[in-house]
Design a protein around this ligand. Structure first.
Ligand SMILES: *Cc1c(COP(=O)(O)O)cnc(C)c1O
Length: 375
């Protein structure tokens, strides 16, 4: 039985052409024409002024917070229901994360809980230094509400769009809403550079600062001179070439992932106890991952774990949803605002195979197995 992965890389066919160009020009370096061209295409696609291509999404988030002057003693608010990479850079900078629960319909950070967390710290004279918003599994967070909180309390909004390239909110691409926004091109994302990321902003000074910091903070001088600590975070020209080939087909990838979701929804929606991540009004998710919730109280005892194991037995990978960060041992003792929604999502949720290379046959094989498990 052919192995089916949750979200494998999907080549466009043009990668080799760009890699060959990099070889021919000998730009085997974290500098070169593919990097500039990739940044240009990215900023055009997302419709944002400026972009810097970096070695990972995590590096992008690290630099975004660094540029906002986040440091020891500062508080940064982050959703609890996300990948740990959304929060780790807060800790790299010596600042303190504060986690906020999800809302049930979109699974994203709840704006009401966010506002109460912001007020809590303002009352104690500790205004949060930044709010990180994450479009989880590609689903746009409630941008109107969250941006209005960001404006009202004058706290910069950092948009973690790592999972959401191609998603839209009110007709605009996500990744264009933050003071700074970040993308990831890790191997499991909707497009990949075989590992990479980007930081985006309409503010040119932020992006030139990101480029400066990502190349060891070299001052203008013929010799090596530094007045600041920098990082080695630039994307390589070879990787950027792969990124160019991948970005050319992003619209097809979004279409295919959305069609995977529609297939699952059509086939599974009538099974007792199964529900989906809801697209709110004004939102269009890239459906990076198609996920389901299985409520054993309604599904006659069927659980996410029994489905996961049944799929695994047939060589099909699936994954539980993100384990909330406030439950992770590494974040023990970190402040948390909210109830048990993210905990329930983790308990009940499963990410199904969602690659843009899935055939109808693959999708049928998966849904048939799930239906067979249904009592
Ligand atoms: C993948 C991901 C990141 C980190 O991106 P990398 O390129 O893997 O460093 C950050 N946030 C979220 C929500 C992600 O899914």
């Amino acid at each position: 039985m052919k192995k089916i992965w949750v979200s494998p890389p999907h080549q466009s066919g043009n990668e080799l052409k760009y890699i060959q160009e990099a070889l021919d020009s000998n730009y085997l370096a974290p500098a070169g024409p593919h990097i500039e061209a990739f940044e240009q295409s990215l900023s055009e696609y997302v419709c944002v002024g400026h972009a810097a291509a970096l070695s990972s999404g995590t590096a992008a988030l690290h630099l975004a917070l660094k540029i906002l002057d986040v440091g020891p003693g500062d508080i940064v608010i982050c959703p609890t229901f996300t990948f740990t990479a959304s929060a780790n850079p807060i800790v790299y900078l010596g600042a303190t994360p504060v986690f906020v629960d999800s809302e049930m319909s979109s699974w994203n950070m709840c704006a009401d809980v966010l506002e109460s967390a912001v007020k809590h710290y303002i009352h104690r004279g500790k205004k949060p230094k930044a709010i990180i918003g994450v479009h989880i599994y590609g689903m746009p967070v409630r941008l109107d509400e969250i941006l209005s909180i960001s404006h009202k309390y004058e706290i910069p909004f950092v948009e973690d769009a790592a999972e959401a390239l191609g998603s839209m909110y009110k007709g605009r691409k996500v990744g264009s809403f933050g003071t700074m926004s970040i993308l990831s091109f890790n191997g499991n994302k909707i497009i990949t550079t075989s590992g990479g990321g980007a930081i985006l902003s309409d503010n040119e000074s932020f992006i030139s600062k990101a480029k400066f910091l990502s190349t060891q903070a070299k001052d203008e001088a013929p010799h090596y001179q530094h007045s600041e600590i920098g990082y080695n975070y630039r994307l390589s020209n070879v990787s950027a070439g792969i990124g160019r080939a991948q970005l050319e087909v992003i619209e097809e990838r979004v279409k295919q992932r959305r069609s995977n979701f529609q297939f699952y929804q059509r086939e599974l929606k009538n099974l007792p106890g199964i529900s989906f991540q809801n697209e709110a009004k004004h939102s269009c998710s890239n459906r990076w991952l198609s996920c389901i919730l299985i409520d054993p109280l309604v599904s006659n005892g069927l659980t996410r774990e029994s489905i996961r194991l049944a799929l695994l037995k047939e060589n099909i990978e699936s994954r539980p949803l993100w384990k909330p960060l406030h439950l992770q041992r590494v974040f023990k003792g970190v402040s948390y605002f909210g109830g048990n929604i993210s905990e329930r999502l983790f308990e009940l949720g499963l990410c199904l195979p969602s690659g843009s290379d899935l055939s109808d046959e693959d999708l049928s094989r998966i849904t048939l197995l799930i239906k067979l498990k249904c009592p």
